[in-house]
Design a protein around this ligand. Structure first.
Ligand code: DAH
Length: 281
């Protein structure tokens, strides 16, 4: 512009302005076209069709063994018990010896054991948790211990080589057989409703006296658990003074309870993973 003749300047200047405005106009136009196109594309991509059918997520449910364990734990936790657990691969000491099964005692044959090549075994009951818990805790003790157990049983409608038990243990000063009986009655009535309970004398190496517990269920007596007062030898094995402390214990099979409660005719159904069966719970 500086080199132009002064008379030409206004005309050329006006022309330059026109060109500049035309270019700016075209840019604005282009920008708005692109923006509109972008918004439209986004609207199409993000459209939510509320009339489309939903995505179906099948609902899971608790296995009857799990829900039976949960019910039992709820009841005992409500009574002030703590949940405890122990190992499934166990030493002879915890599964038998400290529970007052002497090395050559025939009571060991009551439970056909899976022995492992390394000298350990698969626990045959949850009673091992009694010893492990008392070894590392001082009385008073109130524990409920669920877990998997193993026995060399021939599998049939009422026996499985792998099954579950729940163990109860209470140790304190002054606990008597009456406390055991009252506790079991409260527990069994929570489980089965108003029910007749009877105790029959029995034998377990780790309790003295020992009893078998029956409930009157649908017109007949049904054996549901073993129990007794903790044998003084068991208290001695964990360093508790049996002159000061007494205790009671009980143990039972979870599958058995689940079968009674749900009228299941064959224990193998609980392990078959058949959804037609499991969906009923
Ligand atoms: N351990 C026993 C069994 O496997 C069950 C049992 C009986 C547990 C009496 C106990 C008890 O704690 O006192 O057959």
């Amino acid at each position: 512009m500086g080199k132009l003749d002064a008379t030409e300047r206004p005309r050329i200047g006006a022309q330059a302005n026109e060109v500049k405005e035309a270019i700016q106009g075209a840019i604005e136009q282009g920008r708005s076209t692109l923006q509109t196109a972008q918004i439209e594309a986004q609207l199409v991509a993000e459209t939510l069709d509320v009339t489309m059918p939903g995505v179906f997520h099948p609902q899971g449910r608790s296995h009857p063994i799990t829900s039976t364990i949960d019910r039992v734990l709820d009841i005992f936790v409500g009574l002030g018990y703590t949940v405890a657990q122990g190992p499934e691969v166990e030493l002879d000491y915890y599964n038998f010896e400290a529970l007052n099964f002497p090395i050559d005692h025939p009571a060991r044959d009551m439970q056909d054991t899976f022995n492992l090549p390394d000298g350990n075994l698969l626990r045959t009951h949850t009673s091992n948790v009694q010893i492990r818990y008392m070894e590392t805790n001082e009385p008073p003790v109130r524990i409920v211990a669920p877990g998997r157990c193993y026995r060399r049983d021939t599998v049939d409608a009422t026996h499985a080589a792998v099954f579950h038990q729940i163990e109860i243990l209470a140790v304190d000063e002054g606990l008597t057989f009456t406390d055991l009986k009252g506790t079991l009655k409260v527990f069994l009535e929570e489980m089965f409703g108003e029910i007749e309970v009877r105790l029959r004398p029995s034998f377990f190496p780790f309790t003295e006296p020992s009893a078998e517990v029956d409930v009157r269920w649908r017109g007949r007596w049904l054996e549901v658990m073993g129990c007794g007062m903790v044998d003084p030898n068991v208290l001695k094995a964990v360093g508790y003074d049996p002159e000061v402390y007494t205790g009671f214990a009980a143990g039972f099979g979870v599958e058995r309870f689940a079968m009674v409660l749900h009228q299941i005719d064959d224990i193998r159904r609980l392990y078959a993973s058949d959804l037609r069966f499991l969906r009923q719970f």
